[in-house]
Design a protein around this ligand. Structure first.
Ligand code: ATP
Ligand code: MG
Length: 167
């Protein structure tokens, strides 16, 4: 079924708030994004895993940003933090099962499964997920791209037409 991604981000944030009160979380998601065909339970788990990482691998008091925007037939959702980011040679490997960049120096232990689950779920819903580092400052950035179904593009376009009763 069709979902507004801002609603699912809201649910994931409610859950993330229970594991970190030490981070500021800033959300920038426009209200008029196209709807997406996705499983809201899986998509929420993806966002939660990324927020969990963002809070584990960045200093307390820093800001995690969640942004979404429409881009060329897709909706992009990006989660960015202010931690050390990910070494270039590990940007693809972090999605491997049980792969962890720095073992033993982390606030909360992990198993190395979170991102492999993210990739499996996103791809099952027809999207892609990639790890990069921020370009504006140090920090990790995870980008999800979800295709907008043709049906939802029609709905979006109708809203832009001028109403017939205008002078
Ligand atoms: P789990 O999610 O299973 O509890 P985990 O967080 O270690 O454990 P993943 O979420 O798969 O596993 O992440 C894999 C590794 O990628 C992490 O161990 C960490 O080294 C690195 N990583 C993930 N997200 C970030 C991030 N935002 N900043 C820096 N490093 C990250
Ligand atoms: Mg994780």
């Amino acid at each position: 079924s069709l979902h507004y991604v801002g609603d699912i981000v809201g649910t994931a944030l409610d859950r993330a708030r229970k594991i970190t009160s030490a981070h500021k979380i800033e959300v920038d998601i426009p209200p008029d994004l196209p709807m997406l065909r996705l499983d809201p339970v899986l998509f929420e788990q993806v966002l939660f895993n990324l927020l969990d990482n963002g809070s584990k691998y960045s200093p307390p008091g820093s800001t995690i940003r969640v942004q979404a925007w429409a881009d060329n037939g897709s909706v992009i959702v990006r989660i960015m933090d202010e931690g050390p980011g990910i070494p270039a040679q590990d940007l693809e490997r972090v999605f491997d099962t049980f792969y962890r960049v720095r073992k033993g120096d982390q606030v909360r232990a992990g198993t190395g499964l979170g991102l492999s689950i993210c990739r499996g779920f996103v791809e099952a819903m027809g999207g892609t997920i990639a790890a990069t580092n921020r370009t504006d400052r140090p920090g990790g950035a995870f980008t999800i791209r979800m295709p907008v179904p043709a049906q939802a593009r029609d709905i979006g376009n109708r809203g832009d037409e001028p109403s017939t009763d205008q002078p």
